[in-house]
Design a protein around this ligand. Structure first.
Ligand SMILES: [Zn+2]
Length: 144
C-alpha cells in the first residue's frame, strides 16, 4: 500500500512538471524602487554617457538596494559594475591621461602588460578614478 501511495505521489509530481509552463510565470509583478524603464530613461536623458572604466555601453542592471528592495541601477555589464557614467569627452581625456601621460589616480603599481587580465583591471581602475578628477576639473568654478 505504501508503495502504491509513493507511486501516486511520483505520478502527481511528473504531471505537475509536465504541465509547468514557464511563460505563465514570466509576468514580473515585483515592485521596484526604480524599474527598468525608469532606469533606462535616466540613461537616455543623460546621453551621451559611457562607462567610466571601459568607455562602453551603460544599461539598467537588476539589483537590490541597501534595504534589500528590488531596483535597477545604471551599470556596465562588460565591467560587471555599477557606474553612473561620464561624457565621452571626460572618458577620452581620462584614458589619454593614463595611457599617454602616465597619470595615476591610485598608487597601485602598473602590472606587466603581458599579465593581460591584471593589466586591464588596473587600466580600467586608473581610468575610472581619473574620470572623477577630470570631471571635477572641467566643472570647477572658482566664482561659486
Ligand atoms: Zn565598463
Amino acid at each position: 500500500m505504501d508503495g502504491f501511495l509513493e507511486m501516486v505521489k511520483i505520478i502527481a509530481l511528473i504531471v505537475e512538471i509536465r504541465n509547468f509552463n514557464p511563460n505563465k510565470t514570466v509576468m514580473d509583478k515585483t515592485e521596484y524602487i526604480t524599474n527598468k524603464e525608469q532606469c533606462q530613461s535616466t540613461i537616455d536623458k543623460r546621453m551621451p554617457i559611457v562607462c567610466s572604466s571601459c568607455g562602453g555601453k551603460l544599461e539598467p542592471i537588476k539589483t537590490v538596494d541597501n534595504a534589500n528592495n528590488p531596483t535597477y541601477w545604471i551599470g556596465c555589464m562588460s565591467c560587471m559594475k555599477f557606474d553612473n557614467g561620464v561624457s565621452p569627452r571626460v572618458y577620452e581625456t581620462a584614458k589619454y591621461m593614463v595611457t599617454e601621460r602616465h597619470f595615476m589616480a591610485y598608487r597601485e603599481p602598473m602590472p606587466e602588460k603581458e599579465d593581460t587580465e591584471r593589466y586591464n583591471y588596473w587600466l580600467k581602475s586608473q581610468i575610472g578614478g581619473t574620470c572623477s578628477i577630470v570631471y571635477d576639473i572641467l566643472n570647477f568654478n572658482p566664482k561659486q
